[in-house]
Design a binder for this molecule. Structure first.
Ligand SMILES: CC(C)(COP(=O)(O)OP(=O)(O)OC[C@H]1O[C@@H](n2cnc3c(N)ncnc32)[C@H](O)[C@@H]1OP(=O)(O)O)[C@@H](O)C(=O)NCCC(=O)NCCS
Length: 196
């Protein structure tokens, strides 16, 4: 964890501070989430403006069920990446990631920087599958994840209900880290064969 906090320079030269959340600052998260437009919050799994959810998020971080990174500009939180970490059970090798960026800072590369960083932390924490559950209408995120190398595992029909009561399909996207190492080792191996 010694690499954090670190400064990340984005494409327009904006410098953001990225740090691990060691404990949840409920007030700071409340300000961040309540200032998001409802159409962005629609894509989030839970109503992150509710006190109950904010408190549950703090517990998840405290007891190790979540790992979080946040980005800041002048001490203001402008983005967050979350990794849900199952500690035991069937899916203990599968971590689920979620990323959210404040509207006024979207489109500057903050989301990509957070995804890159949370993904490398998932690998560091020895998860071999990284998953993202995305609402089918969130095409921006689906395209981005596919470009990074995530695959569509399947669609859970009508399994998400937004705060208006409307149901949406969830697209389960996953990245298999073992497959990535296998592909890389085959790639290097092919060079060795070429050399001999
Ligand atoms: C999804 C989200 C995290 C992306 O954050 P961001 O900081 O805007 O992302 P980036 O600036 O790094 O852009 C990532 C990609 O999104 C796409 N993108 C960015 N802004 C866009 C826009 N205004 N319109 C369409 N696509 C856009 C681009 O493909 C971009 O990749 P590129 O730069 O290689 O072309 C952010 O839009 C968000 O918080 N949305 C609401 C919550 C959400 O949907 N979270 C995902 C749940 S997993």
């Amino acid at each position: 964890m010694s690499e954090y906090p670190k400064t990340v320079t984005l494409k327009d030269g904006l410098k953001v501070l990225m740090d691990v959340k060691r404990q949840e600052n409920i007030e700071q998260s409340r300000i961040f989430f309540t200032s998001m437009p409802p159409e962005d919050r629609l894509y989030l799994r839970r109503d992150v403006t509710s006190q109950k959810v904010l408190e549950e998020r703090a517990r998840e971080l405290a007891d190790g069920r979540a790992f979080r990174l946040a980005t800041y500009v002048n001490d203001e939180m402008i983005g967050e990446a979350n990794l849900d970490r199952p500690l035991y059970g069937w899916t203990r090798h599968v971590a689920e990631m979620r990323v959210v960026v404040a509207r006024q800072h979207q489109g500057k590369g903050v989301g990509k920087a957070l995804i890159r960083e949370i993904f490398s932390n998932a690998v560091r924490l020895k998860y071999t599958i990284v998953e993202a559950n995305v609402i089918e209408e969130d095409t921006k995120v689906l395209d981005l994840l596919e470009r990074i190398g995530f695959h569509r595992e399947g669609v859970l029909r009508n399994q998400a209900m937004d705060f208006y009561g409307k149901k949406h399909n969830i697209v389960v996207m996953s990245f298999n880290v073992d497959d990535m190492w296998k592909d890389l080792s085959e790639y290097y191996h092919s060079f060795e064969i070429y050399k001999t």
